[in-house]
Design a binder for this molecule. Structure first.
Ligand code: 3PG
Ligand code: MG
Length: 409
């Protein structure tokens, strides 16, 4: 795992700490519908307050494209943020740089918290502009990055800023990286990857990387249809990327070469249309009627993957295994989530899951708290599973190295 400084390595007493958070949470009609990212940020804020820091929270929200847009204001996040930290006051600055931000920050006492307006109201954020990063740096003495879920973005508040102030990882960033490292960098074997989702085309890099890392790869979701089709199975009207057949065959060949066992569905739940409670039945994957589509994995497949999970010591999971938003096609995903939860709780499995749909499926099943670790990240989790360097993590590691070299002198 990349080495970086943590909150334990920095002295923040009386200092202005610029805390990069990811408050890009789902909001409907001004109300936060899932506060997970806010709640997972609180240990860092609380630790900083306890140490007597002045905490200045900054985040992006949505994609306002470099212009102020009230629809993307972070102001509605003041109350939920305050609630998550025990009702403490959160002062809002209506701009993230300049006189207004400086005024709000200058008025902070140790232990107080400010929230800056959306970073993406300035073009410099997404452009990773050094002048925008300098304008942010003027507001703080120390930089703490707790936005793992935005670490795949080389933006000013994530990349450039980390080099302008003493930088450290927050507790959520640390926890995310520790979990991911335990799952793939130095895992207890055997390792099983459970990968679902609609398309092989969007997960080619992920599958290639994972095949090189894990002992067993179990695939579900519509992407399994493409692999089945590539191997000559007729799959009726199922969602399938026929033009990806060559890529799919290459992946399967690569898995054979690397001794990675691939589990594809043996049976499937099929229906004539994707609609709630539509008539459905379970068939073997080589017996899918011409006018039907595969919408979930069947019970034999669930049993097969469950048996592999029993053998595994580590699991990394990304992607639902069926059309989980539409009952009853959530059953395969829920059955495996329960199995994973049970093995994890029995101390037999270290389980790490991430990605927007996966996290939603686990939450819907009420099982989020039963896994070893559920990431707050969507895109960043995927890019990490593709083996890519995340700019946010790289920046923290680079700044830590500068210090270590300095220390050695
Ligand atoms: C996310 O929700 O995935 C992160 O906050 C990053 O947001 P973005 O995809 O708009 O960059
Ligand atoms: Mg995203």
């Amino acid at each position: 795992m990349a080495k970086f400084r943590t909150l334990d390595d920095i002295d923040v007493r009386g200092k202005r700490v610029l805390l990069r958070a990811d408050l890009n949470v789902p909001v409907k009609g001004g109300v936060v519908t899932d506060a997970t990212r806010i709640e997972r940020l609180t240990p860092t804020i609380e630790a900083l307050i306890k140490k007597g820091a002045k905490v200045i929270v900054m985040s992006h929200f949505g994609r306002p494209d470099g212009r102020p847009d009230p629809a993307y204001s972070l102001k509605p996040l003041v109350a939920p943020l305050s609630k998550a930290i025990g009702g403490r006051e959160v002062v809002f600055a209506s701009d993230c740089i300049g006189e207004e931000a400086k005024r709000v920050v200058a008025a902070l006492h140790p232990g107080q918290i400010a929230l800056l307006e959306n970073l993406r109201f300035h073009k410099g954020e997404e452009e990773n502009s050094s002048s925008f990063a300098r304008a942010l740096a003027e507001l703080g003495d120390i930089y703490v990055d707790d936005a793992f879920s935005a670490a795949h973005r080389a933006h000013a508040s994530i990349a450039a800023l980390a080099h302008l102030l003493p930088a450290a990882a927050g507790k959520l960033m640390e926890a995310e990286l520790a979990a991911l490292s335990a799952a793939l960098e130095s895992p207890v074997r055997p390792v099983l990857a459970l990968v679902g989702g609609a398309k092989v085309s969007t997960k080619l890099d992920l599958l290639r990387f994972v095949i090189g890392k894990v002992d067993v790869l179990a695939i579900g979701g519509a992407m399994a249809n493409t692999l089945l089709f590539a191997e000559g199975t007729e799959i009726g009207r199922s969602l399938c990327e026929r033009d990806m057949a060559d890529n799919a065959r290459r992946l399967l060949a690569m898995a054979r070469e690397r001794n990675c066992r691939v589990i594809l569905p043996e049976d499937a739940v099929v229906a004539a249309e994707l609609a709630p409670k539509t008539t459905n039945r379970t068939v073997a994957v080589d017996a899918v009627p011409d006018d039907m589509m595969i919408l979930d994995i069947g019970p034999k497949t669930v049993a097969g993957i469950s048996a592999a999970l029993e053998e595994a010591r580590t699991l990394v999971w990304n992607g639902p295994l069926g059309a989980f938003e539409t009952a009853p096609f959530d059953q395969g995903t829920v059955a495996l989530a329960k199995k994973v939860a049970q093995l994890t709780q029995a101390g037999k499995l270290l389980s790490v899951a991430g990605g927007g749909d996966t996290v939603a499926a686990l939450a819907a099943a009420g099982l989020t708290g039963e896994l070893s670790y559920v990431s707050t990240a969507g895109g960043a989790f995927l890019e990490w599973l593709e083996g890519r360097e995340l700019p946010g993590v790289a920046a923290l590691a680079a700044t830590a190295q500068i210090t270590r070299t300095g220390d050695a002198r």
